[in-house]
Design a protein around this ligand. Structure first.
Ligand code: COA
Length: 219
């Protein structure tokens, strides 16, 4: 990690129904909330795949038991270790997204992560990075993911100004219109269809791309 990038903290003010957000690297204290959140959609096929992909996964060796995220506190802890390693090595930069709760504290609202599209090298050493995200079930529908994606995108272009990083790609399943809306609202215009390419990408997807200058106004 370059000095000064190790522990960024991004603040997003509240607007309308969207609460104020704080984005920062994951911490060990987040493990119980992470494990609890993941367990809501995770048990059968993981948190991210859409319905078509779940069927395709079920047909693979390991079937629906193959997992894409933490299954409990021990697995959540392992996932956090890999996110720490990502910050240290500079090749995977993940942010916990927190929102204020009624008691004056913060609760987990989601995740936004960046990696290089080619899966290798530090962010800033390749032209194209890829962004991924999820929002906690109870926090959905309040514009949290678009705001968090926009904040991380602005941060990474700023923090890696002068590097080879030129654009960020956002890929989602065609059967995930909510994610398509996140892309549009975060300033990632649709670029092209991405046909299924098993075993890497099991269903048709949309590729959205944002360059250094956002193509839509902040929400
Ligand atoms: C996709 C996802 C990140 C959207 O996050 P969010 O913070 O709810 O984003 P928004 O509030 O902007 O809502 C986006 C869309 O979700 C849908 N939505 C609205 N309320 C919702 C709710 N309570 N529950 C689920 N989806 C809802 C709407 O289609 C909305 O679009 P709209 O603004 O045109 O109405 C979230 O649904 C999620 O985590 N899904 C599972 C993980 C996932 O698919 N990640 C992306 C992988 S590419």
């Amino acid at each position: 990690m370059t000095d000064g990038l190790s522990f960024p903290e991004l603040c997003v003010p509240a607007v309308s129904r969207r609460p104020a957000l704080i984005l920062r690297p994951w911490r060990a204290a987040d493990i119980p909330a992470l494990a609890a959140e993941m367990s809501r959609e995770y048990p059968t096929a993981g948190m991210w795949p859409g319905p078509d992909e779940r069927q395709a996964r079920a047909a693979l060796p390991g079937g629906a038991r193959s997992r894409t995220g933490p299954a409990g506190e021990r697995a959540a802890a392992r996932w956090l270790v890999s996110q720490d390693r990502g910050w240290r090595d500079g090749d995977r930069l993940s942010f916990a997204v927190l929102r204020a709760d009624d008691a004056g504290g913060c609760v987990l609202a989601g995740n936004v992560g960046l990696k290089n599209r080619e899966q290798t090298g530090r962010i800033g050493e390749r032209e194209t990075a890829e962004i991924g995200y999820w929002t906690a079930v109870a926090a959905r529908g309040r514009g949290i993911a678009p705001a968090a994606v926009r904040a991380v995108t602005d941060w990474v272009f700023d923090a890696f100004a002068g590097t080879t990083l030129r654009q960020i790609m956002l890929v989602h399943d065609v059967a995930n219109p909510a994610s398509c809306r996140v892309a549009e609202k975060a300033g990632y215009p649709f670029r092209e269809l991405s046909p299924a390419n098993p075993p890497h990408w099991l269903t048709d997807g949309h590729i959205h791309v944002r360059g250094r200058r956002a193509e839509s106004q902040p929400l």
